[in-house]
Design a protein. Sequence first.
Lengths: 194, 300
Amino acid sequence: MSELRDATQDGVEDATLLERMTAGDEQALSELFDRYAPLVSSFATAMVGSSDEADEVVYDVFLQSWNHAGEYRREHGKVAAWLIQFARKRIAGSLHSREERGMQTERSGLDLFTPGTATSGTASSATTAPSLSDLAVTAMQNLDQRTREILLFASFKGLGESEVAERFRLSIEVVRAVMSDGLSSVRRSLGERL
Amino acid sequence: MVFPPSGVRWERGSELSDHREAYRDLCAAYAVGALEGSDLKDLVEHLESGCTVCAEDLASYHSLISLLLLALPKAAVPSELKDRVLFAARMAQVTKARFHQTDQDETQLESPPRGAGWIRRHWLSISASVIVVLAGVAGYFFLEPYLADLSDQSAYIRTQRLRIDQLRIQHSKDEEILAVLRSGSFDAVKLAGQGLTAASSGMIVWNPSTSSAVLQVFNLPVAPPDSDYQVWLIANQAALSVGVFVIDAQKGLRNLYALQTAATVGSADSLEFSVTLEPKGGSAAPTGRVCLRGMSPPVR
């Protein structure tokens, strides 16, 4: 999928799958898994580094989605974003536990956003225009370090605004402003293509 | 953070702009999953009240974040992970049903009130009776869901075992097919539909050194209940049976069959293959109408 909008496959929307899951429809869970397990797995693998642990994250995320399907509301955002929220919380707990035990945390997934790193995955060549994803990654790379790190810590490591504020020694209001300025900057870089 | 009342419609441009500005940081923090506490609760209520301005901003932020997610290196999902998730979901359903039943049962265990004098005279026997009854009822209701659970689980396990057996059979057939193709020395013969089955076609891959073949057919109808399709190799004016096959309507494009003949084919200028409709179980020689036919190139 070229963009993470709410998927409609075979005429069935994501939100409809969640409604069916609320009624106990396992087939709906199976379809949701087929649609989003690869994305959740990519996210989890980038964050925790270990594929085994990423598999456990995927397992927990979809079990959570099954147990809490009735709590989803369209106003909360896309279903994919809702699933990634579960993943963030699950990963945040895992990362905190590692830090408390003095273990190193894999950062390979976030290296993509380090300035100067070539984009990959949605590859572009010299003869084709860069994809929206590549442009978004480049825009992130072009942010100042503090803004980029605040966005990455919140978006990908599951830190809440108070944890980010403590880590960067800022007030919560400033953290929020930095996040929104950063996202606005990325949005401007994409211009009309978004 | 003070939130405006829900349902307020922002009519003028400046009010819209002010509203957007007021919520911008909150929506950004919410979109990245960082918003916490009472502000999180208030923003969710605000979104649920139907604010289209904030919903639009949030959707835009989500799109940005999703683009970043899509840029991450792709990771493979093991096939058995889905089975684990589905199994766990099923167990969660069964457990939920059992606890729901247990809650219902507890409300049924209350004893009706009795007269005070009667109870004082017969308290011991009443107590004993109630205990026995309660124990029996509790035992029944306690065990019954477990038995129901076990039954559900047993049924599920039987289903999975059946599926595993089917997969083993399919795997075994696939291995037979691959064995022919891996040999590296085979002839491929196209088969054309004949007569009533003119719309059908096929391909047979024949390994002369092992006298084995892989057959694929297209648009061949399911045979009548009293018949089977049989494959023949006609060489040196003799018809050798290569095997009998049954069309699986579920297979679709995977109508592949591994066949083997015990006979050894001697040298021949060319080989002709045909598929005929024979009585159930096959025949010693072709008797039915020809459905598919094809000729191989000369044997090298």
